[in-house]
Design a protein around this ligand. Structure first.
Ligand code: ADP
Ligand code: MG
Length: 440
């Protein structure tokens, strides 16, 4: 039997606060990491969305954090987006009252006023996006030298969005003997480097399957003559976007993105040959709905984590079965639908058939039929979730259908946010005795 929160070392007052929200048994990632984090160890955790990472790092953080002097937080949570930063501090506040830890958020796109006011009073745990935090440091409103607990949440997304240099600069300013806890949906590439350089003998915990579940997507295989391939891709994107289109080479992606633009599709290439800035701008435009299609190589796509991708197009065939699964896994994530289209030249049919068979995908190889996609009921309501620090502007209208469906989706998202049970009590500020709140 798995341990209870109390058995993992969580203080009674917090156990009670969680219980009030109906949280009585730890999720897997929480069982795996809370005791180590409470003991002060560095933790490197991989777990998919919705697995309960916030409490996994949040409970130990709130329990261990010490009382901060003005402008000098002791605990720091870095998150890629303002939405996530808000979500985290809201969730922490639901139980931080038990220890009277003071929590504040700092992100861009809003006035400095409230953030500064909190910092002047003293913030024990600062939940921040890297960009705004660097601004505040530059203005001398925040000093990180006393930060001895750091959490990097959704580290892979921070890497996608080009925040890694900022994250490193920020970590370099924190205390040398800090605890560093890192959570991410994937632990390769930039995230692996970060772990190596900034974590000290971390305990690794992974939960869930790293191979994406592609069974929720509809998989189509089209025989397309080479000279019709670009137009077919353009038609497919126009029928179902946002889309990610996979090419074999960097040059191929650049070329196709240009051709698509000429054919009236808003497309941006994303690959290792582009600068971090170009990549994060392309991703941000895509997340905002300004770009309908990302044209990506496999390597670049590995780090892309945008929800709400409605279709994946294999423009060039995948290297192998595994690549097919990883590419296709960019759509139909987190319960929403999606469509995957393979555009096949005659000499690629054999491999495609083998992939189909291995994955148990039924349905015939047919000629191209983008018209069919327009009726794709799930995918057409998808819109990528904004992942930028700034508020996402209204997506550019690209026709009645897309526009109307965007509205539907955002209403649904709002509803689910309001009903997610994260209603919070605010932490009383001030009037506390000046003792450390270490776990007892
Ligand atoms: P992640 O960060 O891994 O995507 P979250 O931390 O946001 O996931 O958790 C997802 C949802 O599950 C949240 O609404 C959270 O309140 C809820 N939750 C977390 N842990 C538990 C638990 N042990 N029991 C019940 N609900 C939980
Ligand atoms: Mg999370």
């Amino acid at each position: 039997m798995s341990k209870t929160f109390a058995q993992l070392g969580v203080p009674e007052s917090i156990v009670a606060a969680l219980k009030e929200r109906g949280i009585t048994e730890p999720f897997e990632i929480q069982s795996a990491t809370i005791a180590d984090a409470l003991a002060g160890r560095d933790v490197c955790g991989r777990a998919p969305t919705g697995s309960g990472k916030t409490l996994a790092f949040g409970v130990p953080l709130v329990v261990r954090v010490e009382v901060a002097d003005p402008h000098k937080p002791r605990g720091l949570v870095l998150a890629p987006t303002r939405e996530l930063a808000e979500q985290i501090s809201k969730e922490l506040r639901t139980f931080a009252g038990a220890t009277r830890a003071r929590i504040a958020t700092a992100y861009g796109g809003v006035g400095y006023g409230p953030q500064l006011k909190a910092l002047r009073r003293g913030v024990d745990i600062l939940v921040a996006c890297p960009g705004r935090l660097e601004d505040l440091i530059e203005r001398r409103d925040v000093d990180l030298s006393e930060v001895n607990q750091v959490v990097l949440d959704e580290a892979d997304r921070m890497a996608d969005m080009g925040f890694m240099p900022a994250v490193r600069r920020l970590l370099d300013q924190t205390s040398d003997d800090r605890q560093t806890v890192l959570f991410s949906a994937t632990l390769d590439g930039d995230v692996a480097k970060l772990t190596k350089q900034y974590q000290r003998n971390p305990v690794h915990h992974s939960v869930g399957n790293e191979t994406p579940d592609i069974s929720k997507a509809e998989h189509l295989f089209w025989n397309v003559p080479k000279d019709e391939r670009m137009q077919t891709a353009a038609d497919a994107v126009n029928a179902v976007s946002p889309a990610i289109i996979f090419c074999r080479t960097r040059r191929g992606s650049d070329r196709l993105a240009k051709q698509l633009e000429r054919a009236g599709v808003d497309a941006a290439p994303i690959h290792g040959g582009r600068s971090q800035g170009q990549r994060s701008r392309a991703l941000a435009s895509f997340a905002k709905g300004k770009v309908q299609a990302l044209v990506a190589t496999d390597v670049a796509a590995r780090g892309i984590h945008v929800d709400g991708v409605a279709s994946v197009v294999h423009y060039d065939p995948p290297e192998d079965l595994k690549a097919y699964v990883h590419r296709s896994g960019r759509t139909a994530r987190a319960g929403s639908g999606g469509v995957v289209v393979s555009l096949l030249q005659p000499d690629q049919v054999r491999d495609a058939k083998r992939i189909k068979k291995s994955l148990g995908i039924t349905g015939d190889l047919t000629g191209p039929n983008p018209g069919l996609l327009t009726g794709h009921s799930e995918a057409k309501t998808a819109s990528p979730r904004p992942r930028t620090e700034k508020p996402a502007p209204k997506p550019k209208s690209t026709g009645q259908k897309r526009d109307g469906s965007q509205k539907q989706r955002s209403r649904r998202e709002q509803d689910s946010r309001q009903n997610d049970g994260r209603g919070s009590k605010r932490v009383p500020r001030g009037g506390r005795n000046n003792t450390s709140r270490r776990a007892s």
